[in-house]
Design a protein around this ligand. Sequence first.
Ligand SMILES: Cc1ncc(COP(=O)(O)O)c(C=O)c1O
Length: 378
Amino acid sequence: MIPIIQPVFGPEELAAVAAVLKSGWVVQGPRVEAFENDLAAIGGADHAVAVSSGTAGLHLALIAANVRAGDDVIVPSLSFIATTNAVWMVGANPVFADVAPDLPNITPDSVDRVWTPQTRAVIAVHQLGVPFDRQEMRRLCHDRGAVLIEDAACALGSLHKGEAIAQDAEFSVFSFHPRKVITTGEGGAILTNNPEHAERLRRLRQHGMSIAADQRHQGGKREQYLEPAWNFRMTDLQAAVGVEQLRRLGEIIERRRLLAARYEVLLAKCYEVAPLQPRADDHWNVQTFCVCVAPGQGDPATRRDEVLRRLNDQGIGARRGILAAHLEPAWHDLLRDPLPYTEAWAAQSLALPLYHNLSDDEQQQVVDALVEALGHVP
Ligand SMILES: Cc1ncc(COP(=O)(O)O)c(C=O)c1O
């Protein structure tokens, strides 16, 4: 079996977890703080607030943006389901914008087309780590008085026109699920350049408490609960892994870019698949190596699904590329404008195995199996 992804752990992660266990302090504490400092530096933001998942991060960003029940929030349907579900979590209404034909991201134009008088925020996704046009999207939201929340779940280490993904961001939300370039098992973080947002987010992630948990336990200070809130804390065990993973980030991304370039060479003559191409002036972390399978005579998704089935039968852990929320039962009934590019991406995209220790032989096996599958599926 060649899996879709395999995390990269070494003795450093093991030692870091052991040190936390020996310390006796396993919940949110000094390792979370260290992880946040490193993340803020890498993301180009003043503050990082670690949380239990990327989904929790989106949820809290919406609360901190003062999005309320009945507000509209523009999102791509083409994204992992958490992007849309986060809007539902705060009682607001998701409004789907279409993506570009050549990139799986919503654009200022497509957002403008679905804007409503109730639009309070936009969640734009750096899909598969490919940056969207941050400056233009920020300008649009700023001019209309809406908040831009960047779903950067996949985008740690990507650069847009030389800028880190959270530079100047109001809210940029990352995930550390194992499908991402680095992992803490589960985990997420919100990066922001606004100190008031940072302070509120720290409160919202732990029951609305006025002081940090370690101050409360170690310093004997009495806490107050300033507003109703959640428990979305990351543990020090996770953060200790995260600190070590961040040290490897540069090396991991270089390796992924090399493997992606090699896939492109190996697939150069396979005209039935088109690898995703980011913009030339962006530095892509290659969170996923994604190709679009050319539609055959019939339904394009049927052809992609048949190719996928054949790959999986051969022990190749490929996956469908990007889902569209409006095609899933949970969001099928939502009224919306047509989403032709979203549906094309959802039908044709296919994710191939990509991980640090993928060998040349394994990569060749993936390509051979793909070429064979395409030959059998007209
Ligand atoms: C675009 C996007 N947004 C949000 C999430 C949710 O992150 P998590 O799984 O950490 O909750 C993910 C991934 O899993 C994602 O790919």
